[in-house]
Design a protein around this ligand. Structure first.
Ligand SMILES: CC(C)(COP(=O)(O)OP(=O)(O)OC[C@H]1O[C@@H](n2cnc3c(N)ncnc32)[C@H](O)[C@@H]1OP(=O)(O)O)[C@@H](O)C(=O)NCCC(=O)NCCS
Length: 437
């Protein structure tokens, strides 16, 4: 949709803010196959290898797209643990590895500062993700996490933290196959050290440490196209505070729209409408786990959550994750669930505002309450809690409510990847039951 092209339509946002989606080729209907074909064509024309690192890794390769004779599943079999390299990979001489103890306030602050100043920005460098320290601790310490997978790179002379990469363990189901995975996040190299091929060494090092724990697969998302996305999703944005979003350049006033009409368009009721809608509590963990397990079964790729995972990932944690559910006033059965996590962005170079408070749709389950109504209630609580915008990917059944609830499509795309696991055919976002932070 062209921003502002229809004055009566919700004003789509100019950009998904830093959605980790950058100037990647825009997938057409043919999606990933089309991207890959274009890449392949340009490769054969230029005769160069475009992905010098990724072409050496056990990941789906562009050249294999459409080859249905290749089996789904692990690409390489595990090697005996005794064959896994014992020594860390070599860094350029002036740098050294460090394991970042995220429990330690000083180290956590260093990581926070590195990311706040150097992590993902939107294409126009107006916004940069600003993960809070509480968020980092939550994201990096799920059940069974390994401290050794929180890896930093320091400059030897100054001891300054200049790069970071992490993994956390997860069980993810691909069709009928439940596998132990590393979920990767927070790959970041200081702006001054970019394009020096540090990222491939860091990816190899975290992979080595993961192999030492006898885990051989990984899942990750990125805004860039590398070999080979299993799915390409889009962020949608629902304005909650349209005036601020327009003032900071996140969205634009639609053609023939005034500010007051725009504010009216996005106005939400003061209180939620669903009877029995309330915040999730510790005692709800078993019921929510059951609800989610049953619901996620329908997707080709989804996490395999047990109660410990649900307690960690979904129990409300202030300014990190919010979860609400519907408890039937008659039967006290938990019938529906919705959740979002909090990921602000720094607003760069604006005299009036420094932070954009964004909620990101996480896992939602509707069995009795229509999904659209449930999500409208989620918007209402987000608005009440001063969020400026509510973002959602077009994964799971989200497409069914995005337009109706006045979300507008963002510009960028988010690509999902699996390491050492082949999927025969790219998945539609609605086949994905997985949200990675
Ligand atoms: C992502 C980032 C660490 C890459 O570092 P860099 O200095 O730009 O790139 P390097 O020279 O070290 O390495 C280039 C290789 O890394 C790959 N790469 C770049 N971004 C990647 C990503 N997000 N995930 C996986 N691989 C990536 C490149 O494709 C290239 O490999 P190839 O030759 O096989 O294609 C850096 O750009 C950064 O910190 N960006 C901001 C934060 C960010 O976007 N993080 C990723 C979030 S998904």
């Amino acid at each position: 949709m062209d921003p502002g092209s229809n004055p009566d339509a919700p004003n789509p946002n100019q950009d998904p803010a830093p959605s980790a989606a950058d100037a990647a080729p825009q997938p057409s209907d043919a999606g990933i196959e089309a991207i890959a074909r274009r890449v392949q064509e340009s490769l054969s024309l230029s005769g160069v290898s475009r992905h010098r690192f990724w072409e050496t890794q056990p990941v789906g390769q562009f050249r294999d797209l459409g080859d249905t004779s290749l089996p789904e599943g692990p690409i390489e079999a595990p090697t005996p643990l005794s064959d896994v390299r014992r020594d860390p990979y070599n860094l350029p001489a002036q740098y050294e590895w460090t394991t970042c103890d995220i429990d330690d306030d000083h180290t956590c602050t260093e990581v926070y500062n590195l990311l706040t100043q150097n992590y993902v920005e939107d294409d126009e460098n107006m916004f940069r993700f600003n993960y809070s320290m509480e968020f980092l601790r939550w994201a990096l310490r799920p059940p069974g996490y390994f401290k050794s997978w929180h890896i930093g790179v320091r400059a030897k002379a100054s001891q300054k933290l200049v790069a970071f990469i992490t993994g956390v363990p997860a069980r993810i189901r691909v069709r009928d196959d439940v596998v132990k995975w590393r979920r990767s996040t927070f790959l970041c190299v200081h702006k001054k050290l970019r394009s020096k091929r540090l990222a491939p060494v860091m990816i190899k090092e975290v992979t080595r440490r993961v192999h030492l724990e006898n885990i051989w697969q990984a899942s990750y998302t990125a805004g860039v196209v590398i070999p080979t996305p299993i799915s390409t999703c889009r962020y949608w944005h629902r304005s909650l505070n349209p005036k601020k979003l327009i003032d900071v350049g996140f969205s634009r006033l639609g053609a023939r729209m005034t500010m007051s009409r725009t504010v009216k368009l996005y106005k939400l009721p003061e209180s939620t409408v669903t009877k029995g809608f309330r915040k999730m509590e510790l005692r709800d963990v078993p019921a929510v786990t059951r609800l989610l397990k049953e619901y996620l079964r329908q997707f080709a790729v989804a996490p395999d959550f047990d109660q410990d995972d649900v307690e960690h990932w979904l129990l409300p944690l202030e300014n990190v994750v919010d979860s609400y559910l519907v408890e039937s006033p008659e039967t006290h059965e938990i019938t529906d669930f919705c959740s979002f996590y909090t990921l602000p962005s720094s607003i760069l170079n604006n005299p009036n505002y420094s932070l954009l408070k964004a909620a990101y749709s996480y896992y939602n389950v509707s069995t009795k309450t229509p999904l659209q109504q449930l999500m409208n209630d989620a918007l209402i609580v987000a608005k009440k809690n001063d969020y400026d915008v509510f973002n959602a990917l077009d994964v799971m059944q989200n497409e069914s409510f995005l337009k109706e609830l006045k979300f507008g499509p963002g510009d960028g795309h988010l690509h999902y990847y699996l390491y050492n696991y082949r999927i025969r055919k790219a998945l539609h976002p609605s086949e994905l039951g997985l949200v990675l932070l």
